[in-house]
Design a protein around this ligand. Structure first.
Ligand code: GDP
Ligand code: MG
Length: 441
C-alpha cells in the first residue's frame, strides 16, 4: 500500500505539467490503496471529491512541493473522518461508572475488557468485571482467568442463563463494593442475529451504562460499516476500540466504525497480552493507513534530531532490525542534548505518549537521565545485544547494584526498551534513502 501511494505521488512530482488528468490518476491510485486498507468505498469517494475541491491546480502547477500538498490534503481528510467532534465519556475516579462492551464474537471483547480494566487500575481506579456472556461455554472461565491474573474482582455464573440478570446482579454487587469502573462483558455470537441485538438492548436497558464500547476486529474489512451501524441501532454506542492492530490489517475499518457510530476510537489492541493496549492517536494511525507508517515523519525528524554523521549508521542498524539498548542510549543522549527542542524527538514513534507526555517534559528528562544512569552499569555485550533473553535475573541484579537503584527500576527501564524495540522493529527491511533524499520515502 505504502508503495503504491508513494509511487502515485512520485509520478505526480515527476510530471512537469500538473493537469487535471495527472491529479485524477494520482487520486485514483490513492483510492485503490485506501480500499485495500479496508476504508469504506463511500468514504473514499467523498474524500476524493473533497480533495479535488481543496487542491488548487494552479497552486500545484506553480508550487514545487506537489507531493507534500496532496499528501497533506489526503492526510487531513482522513484525520477529519476519524474525529466525530465529540469526545467519548471518560470514567471518573471515585464515582461509579458502568461500561458495557459489545461486538461480534471473536472481535476481542473479553480480552479487551481486561485490558481496559487493567489500564484503569494502573491509573488508580477500582475496576471490576462482570461476565454477561451466557451463550458461549467457557466465557466465564476466560474472564475469570484474565481477571485473576490482573487481580481484578469479577462476577459471573456457571448456571444462570439469563445475561440480563447476571449483568444487573454484578453491577449491583460492585456498586456496593464501591468499585468506580464496572465493566460488563457481553456475548457476541457468530452472526448479527436479531436475538443478539435484542439481548444487547436488554442488558443495556437494565444496567444503564455510562458508556457502550463497540469492539471491532481490525481485519473485518469492508463489513465494518454495516456491523458498527447494526450495533449502534440497538445500543447507544459511545466509543470504539479496534483490536488486532498487531496483525496485517491496516485498520481502515476504524474510519467506517467512527462514521457509522459517530463515536471516536479511544484505544487500539496490539496483541493478546494485557498491556498490549494503546491510547488511540489519530495522526500516527492515519500515517500507517497511508502506508507512510510513522516513518515519513520519522525520516524528516531524524534529519532534524540525529546528528548528520550518525544518521546513516542508525538507519542501517534499524533496517537490519537491530534496535539495541545502545541505540536507545544514544537516542536518549540526543534528546537531552537538544534541550527544549528535544520535544521534536517526542514526534518519533513510541517516544510520545508514554515516555514523554506533553506538558511533563521535565519529568521525562529526569526519567531519561535515570534510565541512562542504569545503562551506564551495563556491559558492552548487553548494550549491543539483539538477544532479548540475555537480560536474565543475575544481570539485572548486577546492574541494580552497580547503579544503586532498586531492581524494579531496572526492570522498568528494560520494559521501556522492549516497548520501543517493538515499535522500532517495524523499520526492519527499510530501504535506506540515498544521501540528500531522506524524505523521499
Ligand atoms: P470475544 O469473543 O469478542 O470476547 O473475543 P476474545 O476476547 O475471546 O478474543 C478472541 C481472540 O482474539 C483471542 O484469541 C484473543 O487472544 C485474540 N485477541 C484479542 N485482542 C487481540 C489483539 O489486539 N491482538 C491479537 N493478536 N489478538 C487479540
Ligand atoms: Mg468473549
Amino acid at each position: 500500500l505504502g508503495g503504491s501511494i508513494s509511487r502515485a505521488l512520485q509520478q505526480m512530482s515527476n510530471a512537469t505539467i500538473i493537469d487535471e488528468k495527472v491529479l485524477n490518476d494520482c487520486l485514483n491510485e490513492i483510492t485503490r490503496a485506501l480500499l485495500q486498507s479496508d476504508v469504506q468505498f463511500k468514504l473514499v469517494r467523498d474524500m476524493q471529491t473533497n480533495i479535488k475541491k481543496i487542491v488548487n491546480l494552479d497552486d500545484l502547477a506553480a508550487g514545487h512541493n506537489k507531493r507534500k500538498i496532496i499528501q497533506q490534503a489526503v492526510f487531513n481528510e482522513l484525520c477529519k473522518i476519524l474525529d466525530p467532534g465529540k469526545p467519548a465519556f471518560t470514567p471518573k475516579k471515585g464515582k461509579t461508572s458502568v461500561v458495557m462492551f459489545v461486538g461480534l464474537q471473536g472481535s476481542g471483547k473479553t480480552t479487551t475488557c481486561t485490558k481496559y480494566a487493567y489500564y484503569h487500575q494502573k491509573k488508580g481506579y477500582k475496576p471490576a468485571l462482570v461476565c454477561a456472556d451466557t451463550f458461549r461455554a467457557g466465557a466465564f472461565d476466560q474472564l475469570k482467568q484474565n481477571a485473576t491474573k490482573a487481580k481484578i474482582p469479577f462476577y459471573g455464573s456457571y448456571t444462570e442463563s439469563d445475561p440480563v440478570r447476571i449483568a444487573v446482579e454484578g453491577v449491583e454487587r460492585f456498586k456496593k463494593e464501591n468499585c468506580d469502573l464496572i465493566i460488563v462483558d457481553t456475548s457476541g455470537r457468530h452472526k448479527q442475529e436479531a436475538a443478539l441485538f435484542e439481548e444487547m438492548r436488554q442488558v443495556s436497558e437494565a444496567t444503564k451504562p455510562d458508556l457502550v464500547l463497540f469492539v471491532m476486529d481490525s481485519s473485518i474489512g469492508q463489513a465494518a460499516f454495516d456491523q458498527a451501524q447494526a450495533f449502534k441501532q440497538s445500543v447507544p454506542v459511545g466509543a470504539v476500540i479496534v483490536t488486532k492492530m498487531d496483525g496485517h490489517a491496516k485498520g481502515g475499518g476504524a474510519l467506517s466504525a467512527v462514521a457509522a457510530t459517530k463515536s471516536p476510537v479511544i484505544f487500539i489492541g496490539t496483541g493478546e497480552h494485557m498491556d498490549e493496549f494503546e491510547i488511540f492517536d489519530v495522526k500516527p494511525f492515519v500515517s500507517r493507513l497511508l502506508g507512510m507508517g510513522d516513518w515519513s515523519g520519522f525520516m524528516d525528524k531524524i534529519q532534524e534530531v540525529v546528528p548528520m554523521d550518525q544518521q546513516p549508521e542508525l538507519l542501517q542498524k534499524l533496517s537490519e532490525g537491530n534496535f539495541t539498548l545502545r541505540i536507545m542510549y544514544e537516542q536518549f543522549q540526543n534528546i537531552l542534548k537538544m534541550g527544549p527542542i528535544g520535544q521534536v524527538f517526542s514526534m518519533l514513534p513510541g517516544f510520545s505518549q508514554e515516555l514523554m507526555p506533553k506538558g511533563r517534559e521535565k519529568e521525562s528528562q529526569t526519567k531519561i537521565k535515570r534510565y541512562m544512569t542504569m545503562m551506564d552499569s551495563m556491559t558492552n555485550e548487553e548494550l549491543d545485544s539483539t538477544n532479548p533473553k540475555l537480560m536474565n535475573e543475575s544481570r539485572i541484579i548486577r546492574i541494580a547494584r552497580g547503579c544503586g537503584r532498586p531492581i524494579r527500576d531496572v526492570m522498568e527501564m528494560l520494559e521501556e526498551y522492549k516497548r520501543l524495540a517493538k515499535i522500532w522493529s517495524k523499520m526492519k527491511g527499510l530501504k535506506i534513502p540515498k544521501k540528500g533524499d531522506m524524505s523521499a520515502l
